[in-house]
Design a protein around this ligand. Structure first.
Ligand code: SOE
Length: 390
């Protein structure tokens, strides 16, 4: 059967522009069963010279420096939004109104109110809309979800996660501009809460249900940084570090920490879930493994006690593991970039079938609600309700 093209209009060409472009390019080769083939149709960014280099290396057919041309183009089916957070809403809402499908980088928006408008726009237009919380699609993380859904954990007591980096310790790192827009509150909305904890919150709520309330503490260690646009020092408005306690709707306790000031850590991203019957844990540095401790088997009721009790380190590379039948032979690993290929595969499959792909804008809005409650709590010093529901 002839495959149909799915023409991608990429807005932005930074780190995520490359990660997504690679995903769109690879997916056809490794998921040949899909009915649509992504075509890199149009690339858009403000800097025309750099844009051409990006378009040439990835094979985009057209370029424009105006995102409205992407949204309005009859040659584009999917608008892929990879620009700083303060531009997500305007582009996504315009794309939805133009009837385009949308894939949007995380976090969804600057605020819950903005995210709500984005949800309304895509739901009114009835267009598929996915947010790139890519870590869900690391096979070991997807396997964790499978184990939870199989009912293996029993009553959940604890969920803890962290995401630690160290790249902004120097006061000489500026704010604003390529990459470091993440330090500029006007472009990013928040610091580690929206940039890093949002990933952890998305995975946490996917695995363990809604987070209902939070109490948080944040810190901005470097109070002023040069802004790239003006060359002058400006106050830093983002959170450099954030720690919060949480309660999930299922009664379990949550503990989350993120910072860009953990000297020696580039991307220490871990989570652990402790249930009455089992525990599981994941570490992004060892992303091919899921660690699983089974106390009581959910099917037989048999308890694992005695001298052979221990954690299993599951090498998630077998054909029966999520996504892995599309890659190499058992035992051979895949990496970070494959989580984006998997997102593309799931998105294209949903387009083929006319079904919904998660996390959609409504799912990502729930994460936004938790992020906002975290920042609210850091100001109020009180527990704050999140209003998140799934
Ligand atoms: C920040 O350094 C960053 O690139 C985030 O923006 C990404 O979302 C995260 O996956 C890795 O770290």
């Amino acid at each position: 059967m002839a495959k149909k093209p799915l023409r991608i209009g990429m807005v932005g060409y930074g780190f995520m522009g490359r990660a997504h472009s690679n995903g769109w390019r690879q997916v056809e080769r490794f998921f040949p069963e899909l009915g649509h083939v992504p075509v890199l149709q149009m690339a858009c960014a403000r800097d025309g010279a750099k844009l051409q280099g990006f378009a040439d290396s990835w094979g985009y057919a057209q370029t424009t420096t105006d995102w409205r041309k992407v949204v309005e183009s009859p040659d584009v089916d999917v608008v892929d939004i990879c620009v700083p957070n303060n531009l997500h809403a305007e582009i996504a809402i315009a794309a939805a109104k133009a009837g385009k499908m949308i894939t949007c980088e995380k976090p969804l928006a600057m605020t819950v109110a903005e995210g709500q408008r984005m949800v309304e726009a895509v739901e009114a237009a009835g267009v598929p809309a996915m947010v790139w919380y890519n870590y869900r699609r690391v096979p070991a993380v997807t396997l964790a979800k499978q184990l939870v859904d199989e009912g293996r954990m029993g009553r959940v007591f604890h969920y803890r996660a962290n995401f630690l980096q160290d790249w902004t310790i120097s006061p000489d790192v500026p704010q604003g501009g390529a990459g470091v827009w993440r330090l500029d509150v006007e472009a990013a909305g928040s610091g580690v809460t929206g940039d890093l904890l949002a990933h952890n919150i998305d995975t946490a709520m996917w695995l363990n249900g809604p987070i209902t309330r939070v109490v948080a503490d944040t810190e901005t260690f470097v109070k002023e940084r040069v802004h790239v646009d003006s060359g002058a020092k400006k106050p830093v408005g983002i959170d450099d570090a954030c720690a919060f306690l949480a309660r999930f709707a299922n009664g379990s306790m949550g503990l989350f920490e993120s910072t860009r000031y953990a000297r020696g850590h580039k991307a220490l991203k871990t989570f652990e879930l402790n249930g009455e019957d089992a525990s599981l844990s994941f570490d992004l540095h060892d992303l091919q493994y899921l660690n699983y401790f089974e106390y009581k088997n959910h099917a037989t009721g048999q308890k694992n006690e005695g001298h052979l009790t221990g954690w299993r380190k599951i090498h998630v590379t077998n054909g029966e593991h999520p996504y892995m039948d599309h890659w190499w032979v058992p035992g051979l690993i895949i990496g970070y970039e494959h989580s984006f290929v998997h997102a593309c595969a799931d998105f294209v499959r949903a387009v083929d079938q006319g079904s919904t792909v998660h996390p959609d804008f409504r799912d990502a809005l729930q994460t936004q609600k938790v992020c906002e409650a975290v920042l609210r709590s850091a100001k109020s010093g009180q527990w704050e309700e999140t209003g998140a529901e799934l």
